[in-house]
Write a protein that binds this ligand. Structure first.
Ligand code: H79
Length: 463
């Protein structure tokens, strides 16, 4: 099954060549496709943003620092000498790696990616390269990543590491800390003013080597914000990853070509594409814990985004931001587990499933020429249903009850039968003058999302 799906994906011509597709498709790279096999099937992962920023949780000395929780040092311009002191308070006594992995598993997530070092420069793992790390600088003294890696190994969960390769606000040579160390570049935006390569060679590159040495097989390294990352600098990281763990994936934000495309944060494309891609996204409005952020996405919103992404050929990397005590916020846990229960009954429509053979269901561009906030043609999404695929099967997921009989988009294949995925209840099909319709039994089995499987002759849809 895996093999044949991959063959279809690799062989398929690129669907939905949207604005993101600027270069001609490259010849397929068999080694890369092999590395990507598990990733293409996994579809749903857990992102974990955890670091010293969980202590201030969006405030500095009683002042709110607006924006993302993990950006508190930047947003409130906290000097290194002040921010560093957080390390001596970091003691997450409630941290239990097995419980986190269990949550990911209950949620139906197939991989975990945790911040090993965010822009603040603090390593959440034992590092010989810099004493600014969880073992050497905190009363906790435990290697949180080692514990998580061991727990993942016990649960058969893949584990990857986020590593901020470019921004490091703790180091004079790292990018991003303008308040202690001045601007990264001269006003021309090109002339570099910091000893950036000294930082890369002295900290970032050796720390990535450490991550690839002491933590078992690393599923992927998630680089971010490639400021000043020339292709040559990016390649140095790629060479480290490839030489140390050839199966480790590189995300799309290194600064040189990775294994898959990363969309913008919380951005879901409006069309399908055949290349491997991933949307990193939040469960509320922040990545790192903020005590004032209770704007939780509902299970229904999360389920929709997941199926929407899968129906466009991508993966959903959904974040949780644990507290300074090491606890994943209760609402995030509950919402993820609710979606996990839905996946227990409906996961066949998600894991290993291919993209929509149609596309009209995604919505349409505004016919009045309106522009979105980025100045692109405004896309007006439809959210009633999505479709994912496996050989011989369409999985139609409905997020609201179709008001009229639902017409299956025209395909040349002979349609064999239809049934509800969760309870296998048959669904009666009507075919009249080449149009096949069915009436969704009411009330919908699961008002959040109900999947109808349509089986057809042959493996691939012909239109
Ligand atoms: O790790 C998460 C973010 O911290 C990181 N990417 C995800 C996965 C990220 N780094 N940079 N950005 C996202 C873009 C930053 C945007 C903002 Fe700001 C940060 C908006 C407000 C604070 C930078 C500072 C831009 C304006 C002020």
């Amino acid at each position: 099954m895996r093999k044949s799906l991959l063959a279809i994906l690799v062989g398929a011509s690129l669907v939905g060549t949207g604005a993101a597709q600027t270069t001609a498709p490259k010849p397929p790279d068999p080694a890369k496709e092999k590395r990507l096999e598990w990733f293409r099937d996994a579809k749903y992962g857990m992102f974990i943003h955890w670091g010293l920023y969980a202590i201030p949780a969006g405030e500095w000395q009683g002042r709110r620092c607006l924006g993302l929780g993990e950006w508190v040092m930047n947003r409130c311009q906290v000097p290194v000498k002040e921010y560093e002191k957080l390390a001596s308070q970091f003691n997450p006594i409630k941290y239990n790696a097995d419980q986190w992995v269990q949550l990911a598993q209950d949620a139906g997530m197939k991989y975990i990616v945790i911040t090993s070092k965010h822009h603040d420069g603090f390593a959440m793992f034992k590092s010989k390269v810099s004493p600014y790390n969880i073992v050497d600088a905190t009363p906790f003294k435990r290697d949180a990543l080692k514990e998580l890696a061991d727990a993942c190994a016990r649960h058969n969960m893949r584990l990857g590491f986020y590593y901020s390769q470019s921004q490091d606000w703790h180091e004079p040579g790292g990018a991003g800390n303008t308040w202690d160390f001045g601007p990264d570049t001269a006003p021309d935006g090109k002339t570099e003013l910091k000893k950036y390569d000294d930082y890369l060679r002295g900290k970032a590159e050796p720390q990535v080597r450490e991550l690839l040495t002491g933590y078992g097989p690393v599923a992927l390294i998630w680089f971010d914000t490639p400021r000043m990352m020339t292709p040559e600098r990016g390649q140095r990281f790629a060479d480290i990853v490839r030489s140390m763990q050839p199966n480790t994936l590189i995300d799309g934000r290194l600064g040189t070509e990775g294994d898959y495309r990363s969309t913008g944060d919380n951005v879901i494309p409006s069309e399908a594409s055949a290349e491997a891609w991933e949307t990193p996204a939040t469960t509320n409005d922040t990545w790192g814990f903020r005590k004032d952020d209770t704007n939780w996405k509902s299970p229904g919103q999360i389920a929709f985004k997941l199926v929407d992404i899968v129906s466009k050929g991508g993966n959903y990397l959904l974040n949780v931001g644990p507290t300074a005590e090491g606890v994943i916020p209760q609402m995030a846990q509950e919402n993820l587990r609710t979606v996990g229960r839905w996946l227990k009954a409906n996961g066949e429509a998600v894991y290993g499933a291919g993209a929509s053979p149609f596309g009209d269901e995604f919505g349409e561009y505004s016919s009045r020429g309106a522009k979105d906030v980025r100045g692109q043609k405004l896309f007006l999404p439809d959210t009633e249903w999505r479709v994912t695929t496996k050989p011989g099967k369409l999985y139609l997921t409905f997020f609201s009850e179709p008001r009229a009989p639902f017409e299956i988009p025209a395909i040349k294949n002979h349609i064999l039968r239809a049934y509800r995925l969760a309870d296998k209840a048959p669904i009666e099909l009507k075919t009249e003058s080449g149009r096949t319709t069915f009436a969704m039994p009411r009330p919908m089995l699961d008002p959040m999302a109900t999947v109808v499987v349509v089986e057809y002759e042959g493996d691939v849809v012909r239109r």
